[in-house]
Design a protein around this ligand. Structure first.
Ligand SMILES: C[S@@+](CC[C@H](N)C(=O)[O-])C[C@H]1O[C@@H](n2cnc3c(N)ncnc32)[C@H](O)[C@@H]1O
Length: 291
């Protein structure tokens, strides 16, 4: 086996799942994932601890839109190292950065939990990336290893499913028709709500060596579809409802039409002139690498 093959063989099952199952789905639903989630992080960006000239990491950068925004904030004298474990996402980031005339971002395929960072960065950021780490403490500790002494880490993570009807209400509907995923379900990692509990996350961050840990609640409406068909397709493909649907296999396909109708009836409550808009809630978590 070559070195490259060994590295691929050692990839975690979650990283494999992202690459094999979720990349094609995320690409299909990119208009919702990028435009929808940007409505959420737009509330956070103005208060980020980032200055002109800073060196910044974007951990689990996905399609790269936050990396591009960070690159604008640090300006040409600063730089952004944008990491994701899926090359299939990074090619969008490289393309969009080029089209925007931005050349201070390095997009790199890597596992954030193990990448050998140099401690040269002022700021380490992640929007909805850290919740999927196989080992959250190892991942958070490694993100801290990217920071200079005194550097800041900010991650945005979802609050609980009940605080996020944009994901929770569709799951409730689908569960009326299909069983919950079993213990052996394939997954993308601990999941979108794995960092919802502030007590648990504070402990994880303390063990990972951070100080001055603070949580700020961020509430925003997110865009979940251009129209009802778009919103139903999205919910059946991605997130907790999508997981129930995918894991049910043939049973789900057989009942697709009635499930889609029930979802449409639920999502119709959230239809607005600019699309389907639903409530979401996250924590902006900030912590420092000690000096
Ligand atoms: C929900 S997406 C968020 C993407 C992007 N930050 C955004 O807000 O649009 C989670 C991202 O984390 C990446 N990811 C998950 N585990 C990772 C790991 N161990 N190392 C690097 N990236 C990871 C996934 O490939 C995916 O792009």
């Amino acid at each position: 086996m070559s070195n490259a093959e060994t590295a691929v063989a050692a990839r975690s099952q979650y990283v494999d799942f992202w690459n094999n199952v979720l990349v094609p789905k995320f690409v299909r639903w990119r208009h919702i994932l990028v435009d929808g989630l940007t409505l959420h992080s737009a509330k956070v960006f103005p208060s980020l601890d980032v200055r002109k000239g800073d060196k910044v990491v974007d951990a689990g950068c996905g399609f790269g839109d936050t990396a591009i925004e960070l690159a604008r904030l640090v300006g040409p004298s600063g730089s952004v190292l944008a990491l994701d474990c899926c090359e299939g996402f990074l090619e969008y980031g490289r393309r969009d950065a080029k089209a925007a005339g931005i050349d201070n971002i390095t997009f790199l395929e890597a596992d954030v939990q193990t990448y050998p960072f140099k401690p040269v960065h002022d700021f380490c950021f992640s929007r909805f990336g850290t919740q999927f780490f196989e080992n959250p403490v190892a991942g958070l500790r490694n993100m801290r290893a990217s920071l200079k002494p005194g550097g800041t880490m900010t991650m945005i993570v979802w609050r609980g499913i009940n605080d996020n009807p944009w994901l929770g209400s569709a799951k409730q509907v689908v569960l009326k028709y299909l069983p919950p995923p079993g213990d052996s379900a394939q997954t993308c990692g601990p999941g979108p709500f794995s960092m919802a509990d502030t007590g648990v996350v504070t402990k994880q961050l303390e063990i990972a060596g951070y100080r001055d840990i603070a949580f700020e609640q961020v509430d925003a409406q997110v865009f979940v579809g251009k129209d009802l068909d778009d919103a139903v397709g999205f919910q059946l493909a991605i997130g907790p409802a999508g997981e129930v649907f995918r894991e049910a296999g043939k049973a789900a396909d057989e009942r697709r039409e009635e499930i889609a109708d029930a979802l449409k009836a639920e999502l119709a409550k959230y239809q607005r002139p600019n699309g389907v808009m639903m409530d979401s809630s996250s924590w902006k978590v900030t912590a420092k690498n000690p000096k």
